[in-house]
Design a binder for this molecule. Structure first.
Ligand code: ZN
Length: 209
């Protein structure tokens, strides 16, 4: 089973992707990891990826497409894959059309207000790196390991509203594209991790049958 997972920033795509990969025995592929691996393993794609990453420039779509093609030929992908947060734009989706055979595109549909509330009331543990809801903290300390906690610098409304706006502009045409192809499945993303995962399982169990 081959899946793409779409959703706004802060909707928990990474967490759900890992859970899906584990349950359905799929390779979890994120383009961030792909780029880092390509740099670490010196994969030649005609450009110096590290130079792009170092200055925070976007790596060209064609390069990511090429890396994906290489990644998808790996042994662990035989049972299928989940693409986490890619493609983001219609142009990227077109590029993938020639070699991706998608069974389902899952859309984690979470509201702006819901995500904003979640990210502005969460902290990260300086010790075990867990992301915690502020209501779980004990005297501002991590309930798991007792270390101090801090707020991520991008967990504020200004940064989030910009990222959300960009997401909506770029991804709305993408959603329409996959809807037209008949493979888009929308999941209500306003809820806890397990609650959302239960809904995803119902959809994916239906696809595998
Ligand atoms: Zn901790």
């Amino acid at each position: 089973m081959n899946i793409v997972l779409l959703g706004p920033p802060g909707s928990g795509k990474g967490t759900q992707s890992k859970k899906i990969a584990e349950r359905y025995n799929l390779a979890h592929i994120s383009t961030g990891d792909l780029l880092r691996d390509a740099v670490a393993n010196n994969i030649d794609v005609g450009i110096d990826i590290k130079a792009y990453l170092d200055v925070g420039k976007l790596v060209p779509d064609e390069v990511i497409s090429k890396l994906l093609q290489i990644r998808l030929s790996a042994e662990d992908v035989r049972n299928g894959y989940i693409l986490d947060g890619y493609p983001r734009t219609l142009a990227q989706a077109y590029l993938l059309e020639s070699f991706l055979r998608l069974d389902v595109v899952l859309l984690l549909d979470a509201d702006y207000k819901y995500i904003l509330n979640r990210i502005t009331t969460r902290s990260v543990c300086s010790g075990c790196k867990a992301t915690l809801s502020d209501s779980q903290l004990i005297n501002n300390l991590c309930p798991i390991c007792g270390s101090t906690t801090f707020k991520r610098s991008d967990d504020n409304e200004q940064t989030f509203s910009k990222r959300f706006q960009v997401y909506e502009e770029l991804t709305t045409p993408l959603i329409d594209f996959y809807k037209t192809k008949g493979i888009l499945k929308s999941v209500d993303g306003n809820g806890g991790v397990e609650e959302i995962f239960d809904k995803i399982k119902v959809i994916l169990d239906g696809v595998t049958k």
